[in-house]
Design a protein around this ligand. Structure first.
Ligand SMILES: Cc1cc2nc3c(=O)[nH]c(=O)nc-3n(C[C@H](O)[C@H](O)[C@H](O)COP(=O)(O)OP(=O)(O)OC[C@H]3O[C@@H](n4cnc5c(N)ncnc54)[C@H](O)[C@@H]3O)c2cc1C
Length: 397
């Protein structure tokens, strides 16, 4: 093989696509431990195509979200993948949030994203059931079916004679002068370059070779969802978000219309007890021990205990979850919501307990590891894939 990619989520798939487009002669294999592509973060996210307004100007997140979004929309339009540019509103529900809305409007301008401060009356024209003191309208935000998009990407790669090996878990890597040897549970492969897009396991894959050891650690944060029952879907036209807590990388529970017509409420952000911990009962001893004993987790817990307890309370108590949603749409009642799925975010933390904000890579002579690709990496994936493909091509010569 020329290139082996670990992980067939949206970042692995778009990376393979970018490589194949730039260098069609390359032999590329994607190794995926699950029986299908897009099973973890990509398949259980909110389905939003983010506009790029929240992120620090000049950061990879700010730049790649805007360019990646445009490419993703083009791909969807060309391939008939269901997507829609429906727009969203960010609503201030407390007086002190109005100034934050202005700051967000400024940030949008810095990131060259159109966002418009709107009055309460304009908010009610867009979202008649939303309550707020003021709002920001972001017209370019959209929704998409990410699993369908990923299946298209996978089909295209296979048509171009690249391999997607499902049920194939990578368990070892050895970097040599001229090649990388990749061990799976049943086989060995060699490649000139290895790319790690393993999401929730990306730090562990990076730590398989001494040259790529990283002190960045993945902390799994589960996001739980409720769904509005069909009879109450009229309460939400499109996407209704709160003003986010700027100290925290998550956006707060919100309402999202999905491309299939449903309306989801959530996701919250609670520490998961396993990297693939989709419910409180999913506990992995190795993951949990690491979470409890790592110095970085302890610092994180010390800094965010108040926010964390609030999130855990909203996870365990439907009433508390509903109260948070009622700040945005007061007519929502507990009986309007049914618990649906959850997703687990791969959020990287540094050794000092800081939540890493931007997308991040760790690199060696023959390896490229994506060590932080949290939201909005699905939106930005086509642009992230292009950057990784360039890094790989530099190594291939
Ligand atoms: C609750 C939630 C809501 C979100 N909402 C949005 C949103 O609305 N919009 C947006 O843009 N982003 C959103 N995100 C973020 C977005 O989904 C992720 O940033 C993106 O999907 C990351 O893609 P990935 O390919 O890096 O990871 P993943 O999709 O997790 O893929 C990694 C793959 O690697 C595989 N793998 C891991 N270890 C191995 C191994 N050892 N061997 C072989 N394969 C392996 C896994 O099985 C998996 O398929 C959300 C995330 C979550 C969890």
């Amino acid at each position: 093989m020329d290139v082996v990619i670990v992980g067939a989520g949206i970042v692995g798939l778009t990376t393979a696509r970018a490589l194949s487009a730039k260098r069609p002669e390359l032999r590329i294999a994607l190794l995926e431990k699950e029986p299908a592509v897009a099973r973890h973060q990509t398949g259980s996210n909110s389905g939003v195509i983010h506009s790029g307004i929240y992120y620090k100007p000049g950061s990879l997140k700010a730049r790649l979200t805007v360019s990646g979004k445009a490419e993703l929309e083009r791909f969807c339009a060309d391939h008939g993948v269901p997507y829609e540019r429906c727009g969203k509103v960010i609503v201030a529900t407390r007086p002190e949030e109005l100034a934050q809305l202005d700051m967000l409007a400024q940030r949008a301008a810095d990131n060259a994203v159109l966002a418009e401060r709107i009055s309460v009356q304009q908010l009610h024209e867009l979202e008649p059931h939303a309550a707020g003191l003021g709002a920001l309208r972001v017209a370019s935000t959209g929704i998409v079916d990410y699993p369908v998009l990923c299946q298209w990407l996978a089909d295209e790669l296979e048509q171009a004679d690249h391999e997607i090996r499902l049920h194939t878990k990578v368990s070892g890597i050895a970097e040599e002068d001229q090649q990388v040897v990749v061990a799976t549970e049943s086989d060995y492969l060699t490649a000139k370059v290895l790319i790690n897009c393993a999401g929730l396991h990306s730090d562990r894959i990076a730590n398989l070779t001494p040259s790529s050891q990283t002190d960045i650690r993945i902390m799994p944060f589960r996001g739980e969802y409720y769904s509005l029952i069909p009879a109450r879907r009229h309460l939400v036209n499109n996407l209704i978000y709160p003003v986010p807590d700027s100290r925290f990388p998550f956006l707060g529970v919100h309402f999202t219309r999905m491309v299939n017509g449903g309306v989801e409420a959530g996701p919250n952000a609670v520490p998961a007890l396993a990297r693939e911990g989709y419910r409180w009962g999913d506990i992995n001893r190795r993951d949990l021990t690491e979470i409890l004993t790592a110095r970085s987790s302890r610092i994180l817990a010390r800094n965010f205990w108040r926010t964390g307890l609030g999130e855990i309370h909203r996870s365990l108590s439907k009433r508390a979850f509903v109260t948070a949603l009622q700040a945005l749409v007061p007519e929502v009642r507990s009986e309007d919501l049914i618990r649906t799925g959850a997703g687990v975010r791969a959020q990287a933390i540094g050794p000092d307990g800081a939540l890493l904000d931007d997308f991040a890579f760790a690199e060696t002579a023959r390896q490229i590891h994506v060590v932080n690709a949290p939201s909005p990496a699905a939106t930005a994936s086509f642009a992230i894939g292009r950057i990784i493909a360039d890094k790989a091509i530099e190594r291939l010569g």
